[in-house]
Design a protein around this ligand. Structure first.
Ligand code: AHG
Ligand code: MN
Ligand code: MN
Length: 334
């Protein structure tokens, strides 16, 4: 562990390695980090706000305590909008893209985000996260929806913030995956996990087994196969994608949210969840697949498109793909 390198310093050093850099990306990222700190503070106070809210101490003007996912959504928009580096934003929480207000300049980046992933876990004090993806916008001025419909391989940066026992920010710009832990006493993210590499194979499998009655035969067979193999497996499923992904990234394993009879397109969102995590997974030496194809090669056709997601250690994802592909081929032949 390298002690004492702040995220700001790390970003500046990265920037200096690119002599043609304008500094726009670094400035944009710094704004995002401010949003992450604000959300982190609010999440840490979530239980307390309920107590204060119940006594009326918080809601002195009779205002409703804002739901945390709405809070996170506005915190990101407010922190990013003024900077002049964005041509637009898109949030999992909003039907339409977010245009930059006319009073602010625009830039040539696009930000896509899931402001609070795993939000059903907040009330029970389980880790949640923020996921983000940054793209370049080819057209000038305010972006339109079609500018956001780029495949994941075009991302210039992606990452997530996990609000857990500590707050961590993990990101990639295509030059490895780096993790920073928030030191609340100084209010800075410090480099704690440099150049994260995920194990080639892991013990953990993460899938919502409650859905097993809806599973397609390929998923049934894969799960049965890994449970009966000689090598030991262990099941872990928090229900916050960020938390499940982060644990498996560090320890090795596979996360699956496949197509099933209930969700014929999958549940997770391509642009806000699958693409950013797929970029991280690949940069860490792992893999991300729809079951049949590489996530980062999927051409999006709509903003809130859903996708099946199978992500994690390379050999595990390959094994799952083989099983799912074999069933797909069998079905096509019959
Ligand atoms: P979100 O809270 O952003 O809507 O995402 C919830 C997602 C994801 O975090 C998690 O992996 C998945 O939903 C869990 O779904 P199930 O409860 O269907 O297993
Ligand atoms: Mn989510
Ligand atoms: Mn969400």
């Amino acid at each position: 562990m390298t002690v004492g390198i702040t995220l700001t310093k790390f970003l500046l050093e990265e920037q200096r390695r690119h002599p043609n850099s304008t500094g726009n990306f670094t400035a944009l990222f710094s704004d995002l980090v401010v949003a992450a700190k604000i959300i982190s503070r609010e999440i840490n106070r979530a239980g307390l706000i309920d107590i204060l809210g119940a006594t009326g101490a918080k809601n002195i003007q009779g205002e409703e305590v804002q739901k945390l996912d709405e809070f996170a959504n506005s915190a990101i928009i407010n922190a990013m909008e003024h900077g002049g580096h964005l041509a637009g934003m898109a949030s999992e929480e909003m039907d339409e893209i977010i245009k930059v207000s006319a009073c602010y300049p625009t830039g040539n980046y696009l930000l896509l985000f899931d402001p609070l992933d795993g939000s059903s876990n907040i009330d029970v004090n389980v880790s949640v996260g923020t996921i983000f993806s940054i793209l370049k916008c080819s057209s000038g001025g305010n972006a339109s929806t079609k500018d956001f419909l780029q495949k994941g391989a075009s991302q210039v940066c992606s990452g997530y913030v996990i609000y857990g026992s500590s707050t961590m920010l993990v990101y990639t710009t295509g030059n490895g995956v780096h993790g920073f832990t928030l030191d609340p006493s100084v209010g800075e993210f410090l480099l704690s996990h440099e150049n994260i590499k995920t194990p080639e194979k892991g013990k953990i499998y993460s899938i919502n087994e409650g859905n097993s009655k809806h599973w397609l035969p390929g998923t049934v067979e894969y799960v049965k196969k890994i449970k009966t193999q000689d090598s030991d497996r262990t099941a872990r499923y928090v229900g916050s994608l960020v938390a499940d992904f982060h644990r498996n990234l560090l320890k090795g394993g596979i996360f699956l949210y496949p197509i099933d009879k209930k969700s014929s397109k999958g549940k997770l969102r391509l642009l806000y969840e699958a693409n950013p995590l797929a970029f991280i997974a690949e940069q860490a030496g792992g893999m991300a697949s729809t079951g049949l194809a590489r996530i980062l090669d999927v051409e999006p056709i709509e903003l809130h498109q859903r996708t099946p997601l199978i992500i994690g250690s390379k050999l595990d994802v390959k094994e799952a793909e083989t099983c799912l592909k074999a069933h797909e081929a069998g079905q096509a032949a019959s």
